[in-house]
Design a binder for this molecule. Structure first.
Ligand SMILES: *[C@@H]1O[C@H](CO)[C@@H](O)[C@H](O)[C@H]1NC(C)=O
Ligand SMILES: *[C@@H]1O[C@H](CO)[C@@H](O)[C@H](O)[C@H]1NC(C)=O
Ligand SMILES: *[C@@H]1O[C@H](CO)[C@@H](O)[C@H](O)[C@H]1NC(C)=O
Ligand SMILES: *[C@@H]1O[C@H](CO)[C@@H](O)[C@H](O)[C@H]1NC(C)=O
Ligand SMILES: *[C@@H]1O[C@H](CO)[C@@H](O)[C@H](O)[C@H]1NC(C)=O
Ligand SMILES: *[C@@H]1O[C@H](CO)[C@@H](O)[C@H](O)[C@H]1NC(C)=O
Ligand SMILES: *[C@@H]1O[C@H](CO)[C@@H](O)[C@H](O)[C@H]1NC(C)=O
Ligand SMILES: [Fe+2]
Length: 400
């Protein structure tokens, strides 16, 4: 116990020194990180400053001579803690990139600029195998994987980094300063590689406001939705929020919105001309459907919310939906253990991938599929009127 307290203090001191020496100037960009844009010609860069710096931009180009500029939008972000920690968050989209080409960039304003970082714009086309560095549940304290991740990215070329929820422990801790510290620790990695994320349970504070403000993902640049998808090589990647199912105090409508969006996105990705090009559909979200751990997490239950959906109503379950569209791979985190499962559906193992386990693909347009769900929901409401069931959500739900 004593030992762990000592190491906690040491890490804290080191981190504070690191912050005050490197990031002393409040106009200096910090926490720089990248994510993919809507297509391989775009890249999103996000950074923060403690003090506002108007007219900030990113300058970028091949070789070290910057030849292009993109203006940034600046938003004031106030952490929800009692100190109301303020910082300014900048988002800029680098456009007109030549796919597969190395770029250099630096961001900031006339009041202070970042160092020069670099990245490779995503390769175009589908005939290549993306290399992705995957992890979840990484914090400032006990962030044991961080040195290995740093070492690994300098040796191997990765096309992207996926952080599958739970950041910093926590982004909002110590009035948001732990989040700042974490994003600065990640900067050497996340400023040179696309850092693609999804929210975890640890981001829930103030309705996920630290998560939503600090990250910009393709199609969700201002973190309004917490779900998005993008294509990389032969894969279509869908990132979504498992947390909508667990934090109903923030409302349930977002769960429905996400479900409808998932349906539309899967429908589009599985149109024959798209699936031919990108046969892989891969999902990522924080809390798994299944696990064999012996903690009391939801995945240890027979019917996890994320798998079978809302109890009694049997709606919004994702296993059925994903299976009906032949999702190939689901990536999860949260359990702090490595686990890889046989092909699995409804608790039954389908050994080997030669016999196709996909039962039936929905032969419907998304609006038909949507109606199917609306019908299920209407039915559920009728049940509710009999007074037999209690509903674990608020009343702002469609059809009720
Ligand atoms: C920002 O740019 C605008 C338009 O060029 C200019 O009028 C304004 O003075 C600039 N603000 C600062 C603080 O540099
Ligand atoms: C970027 O901002 C500057 C002012 O700082 C302005 O003069 C310029 O037109 C802007 N560029 C674009 C593309 O909006
Ligand atoms: C990031 O890119 C810059 C510019 O190429 C380089 O100096 C730096 O070493 C890179 N960092 C890592 C961790 O690869
Ligand atoms: C990417 O590839 C597609 C299909 O081959 C092509 O239509 C498109 O122009 C390419 N885009 C770029 C920026 O090279
Ligand atoms: C914010 O700081 C105040 C004063 O130090 C402290 O009491 C409070 O617990 C902090 N809140 C968070 C969420 O860190
Ligand atoms: C929480 O955020 C979601 C968007 O992710 C929004 O739909 C919902 O209304 C918010 N809830 C509250 C209570 O502010
Ligand atoms: C699946 O197949 C492998 C290889 O044939 C075998 O070792 C394993 O025991 C099988 N698992 C199940 C659950 O059938
Ligand atoms: Fe978690």
């Amino acid at each position: 116990m004593k030992l762990s307290r000592v190491s906690v203090v040491l890490v804290w001191v080191v981190a504070v020194l690191f912050q005050s020496t490197v990031y002393g100037d409040p106009h200096q960009p910090q926490q720089v990180h990248l994510s993919f844009g809507d297509d391989p010609t775009k890249m999103i860069v996000v950074w923060n400053t403690p003090e506002p710096t108007p007219n900030a931009s990113v300058e970028y180009g091949q070789l070290s001579s910057a030849s292009r500029y993109a203006n940034a939008t600046m938003t004031k972000f106030v952490d929800g803690g009692s100190l109301h920690h303020v910082q300014y968050i900048y988002r800029a989209i680098m456009t007109g990139l030549v796919p597969g080409t190395k770029y250099y960039y630096r961001c900031g304003s006339k009041y202070g600029k970042s160092q020069v970082f670099s990245f490779s714009a995503m390769r175009n086309g589908t005939d290549w195998s993306p290399r992705i560095l995957l992890f979840g549940d990484l914090g400032v304290l006990n962030g044991r994987s961080l040195p290995r991740i740093k070492n690994d990215v300098t040796k191997n070329h990765y096309d992207a980094i996926f952080h599958v929820g739970d950041f910093a422990y926590d982004l909002q801790s110590a009035n948001g300063t732990v989040g700042d510290m974490f994003m600065n620790l990640m900067e050497p990695i996340a400023a040179n590689f696309s850092y693609m994320t999804c929210p975890g349970n640890h981001e829930y504070a103030y309705n996920f406001s630290n998560y939503r403000n600090r990250f910009s993902m393709p199609g969700d640049e201002y973190g309004e939705k917490m779900f998005y998808s993008f294509n990389i090589g032969p894969a279509h990647i869908i990132s979504f929020s498992s947390e909508y199912y667990y934090f109903l105090q923030f409302g349930s409508i977002q769960m429905f919105n996400q479900y409808y969006w998932l349906m539309e996105d899967l429908e589009e990705a599985s149109r024959p001309e798209n699936r031919r090009q990108r046969p892989w559909i891969i999902t990522m979200a924080h809390r798994p459907m299944y696990c064999s751990n012996s903690d009391s997490d939801d995945c240890t239950r027979r019917e996890s919310l994320i798998r079978t959906g809302i109890p009694f109503f049997h709606i919004l379950g994702l296993e059925k939906l994903f299976n009906s569209y032949g999702v190939d791979l689901m990536i999860w985190a949260h359990e702090h253990s490595y686990e890889r499962l046989w092909p699995l559906y409804d608790r039954k193992v389908y050994n080997g991938t030669k016999s196709r386990m996909t039962t039936r693909r929905l032969q419907s347009t998304s609006s038909q599929a949507q109606r199917a769900v609306m019908r299920t929901w209407t039915h559920s409401c009728r049940n509710r009127q009999t007074g037999q069931l209690s509903v674990p959500m608020n009343t702002a739900t469609p059809g009720c």
